[in-house]
Design a protein around this ligand. Structure first.
Ligand code: FEO
Length: 169
């Protein structure tokens, strides 16, 4: 593989694991706040991020590349109210989209069609991730303002179940 593309994908493994860690800390926040539905949502989100990391890991392995696992950073966010993690999540997903686009641009430049095909899935996934994050903010704005609405929203989020990624390598 091209050294730059390989390095970017290796780095993305770390970035996805950091995302998992960040979302686990959001679940941690909501658990403490007594909002178990929100906690469930972010626990599942953390599982999805781990899946993303494993997909990049497996892609490098399948292509005979050496994977280097680096330290995962402490989740960086300032605690505020119940809306704070939701806004931070959208900001974070937009950042991850920029990273995926950066890898895509590097692969495109050297005509690495195989990597581009892998990344096509992630480009679509990022569209969904940003929409989900944005929808969470909208719902919180609409219904989170009073205790009854928050209770119902929490129950809705409690129903989310994990499903494995649609992409297999
Ligand atoms: Fe792995 Fe939420 O993007």
């Amino acid at each position: 593989m091209n050294a730059k593309v390989k390095a970017l994908i290796n780095d993305q493994i770390n970035k996805e694991l950091y995302s998992a860690y960040l979302y686990l800390d959001f679940a941690n926040y909501y658990e403490t706040a007594g909002l178990d539905g929100f906690a469930n949502w972010y626990q599942i989100q953390a599982q999805e991020e781990r899946d993303h990391a494993l997909l990049f890991y497996q892609y490098l392995q399948n292509n005979g590349e050496t994977v280097t696992l680096e330290a995962v950073g402490k989740p960086e966010w300032e605690r505020g109210d119940n809306m704070t993690p939701l806004k931070k999540a959208l900001e974070h997903e937009r950042y991850v989209t920029s990273l995926i686009n950066g890898i895509y641009a590097a692969a495109y430049e050297i005509h690495d069609f195989r990597t581009m095909q892998l990344l096509d899935w992630f480009v679509k996934e990022q569209g969904e991730e940003e929409k989900n994050a944005s929808d969470m903010i909208t719902k919180m704005e609409l219904f989170g303002g009073d205790s009854k609405g928050l209770y119902m929203l929490n129950n809705e989020l409690k129903a989310r179940v994990y499903s494995a990624p649609s992409l297999t390598l």
